[in-house]
Design a protein around this ligand. Structure first.
Ligand SMILES: Nc1ncnc2c1ncn2[C@@H]1O[C@H](COP(=O)(O)OP(=O)(O)O)[C@@H](O)[C@H]1O
Ligand SMILES: [Mg+2]
Length: 213
């Protein structure tokens, strides 16, 4: 059983312009996948389908044997899958801990010390103690991306999806962020799916899926 799979997945925004056609992809735990293709090929669209922001026109997306159409979207997005965006999408005035605690709240965590847990996760991702309490807009791009990864990991999803996660970062910072994705796949057995057009990102992938239209 694969962790996530598309079965004859097709999608279009308007019927005369198909974006994805009969796509069959499989994603396993413990591996890194790169989804590549020219600008406009449908990479972000595929990510929005895998993360259940929109629904297939035809075919299915299967998460651990279950068609995701039958799973509650909020539940799927706050339990099974963690998403990291190129532009971080953090609440800029909130600090790192508050950003992570918010996603735990959305995921329905009631008890336990959410702040302490958020802090431990952020420290593990090498955010320094002194940076934990500053509004995140004051942090560097690399630090903000670490906070965004911590947020995506907070509720321990089996799948991490990232859209151009290093697109705004310099080379050295990109390397550090890619190391985090490698640890997630190889040490924590997560299924890591990276949408990218960067060769440096593709080079760490175990499998490369190219979208063409
Ligand atoms: N919300 C939308 N409505 C209509 N067309 C869209 C929408 N989002 C993207 N598209 C179109 O779908 C195609 C694929 O876009 P996208 O998935 O963003 O590609 P990529 O991420 O590979 O650059 C493009 O032609 C784009 O213009
Ligand atoms: Mg895109």
């Amino acid at each position: 059983m694969s962790e996530l799979a598309t079965k004859d997945l097709s999608f279009y925004y308007t019927k005369d312009k198909p974006i994805l056609q009969q796509l069959n992809l499989t994603f396993e735990r413990g591996k890194i996948y790169a989804i590549v293709g020219k600008s406009g090929a449908g990479k972000t669209t595929l990510l929005s389908l895998l993360s259940k922001l929109q629904s297939p026109k035809e075919g299915q997306i299967i998460y651990e044997d279950t068609n995701i159409e039958t799973i509650n979207a909020d539940r799927y997005r706050s339990k099974n899958i963690g998403v990291v965006y190129q532009a971080y999408n953090l609440l800029p005035q909130w600090n790192a801990i508050e950003n992570v605690v918010l996603s735990l709240d959305v995921a329905g965590w009631k008890d336990g010390d959410k702040k302490a847990y958020a802090k431990s996760l952020l420290l593990k991702l090498q955010i320094e103690e002194s940076d934990l309490y500053r509004p995140v807009h004051q942090l560097s791009g690399g630090q903000q991306q670490r906070v965004a990864i911590a947020r995506a990991l907070s509720y321990n999803p089996s799948i991490i999806l990232a859209d151009e996660p290093t697109g705004n970062l310099d080379k050295a910072t990109e390397k550090e962020i890619l190391t985090i994705f490698q640890q997630l796949a190889y040490e924590e057995n997560k299924c890591v799916i990276l949408v990218t057009h960067a060769a440096s990102v593709t080079s760490i992938a175990d499998e490369v899926y190219r979208l063409t239209r």
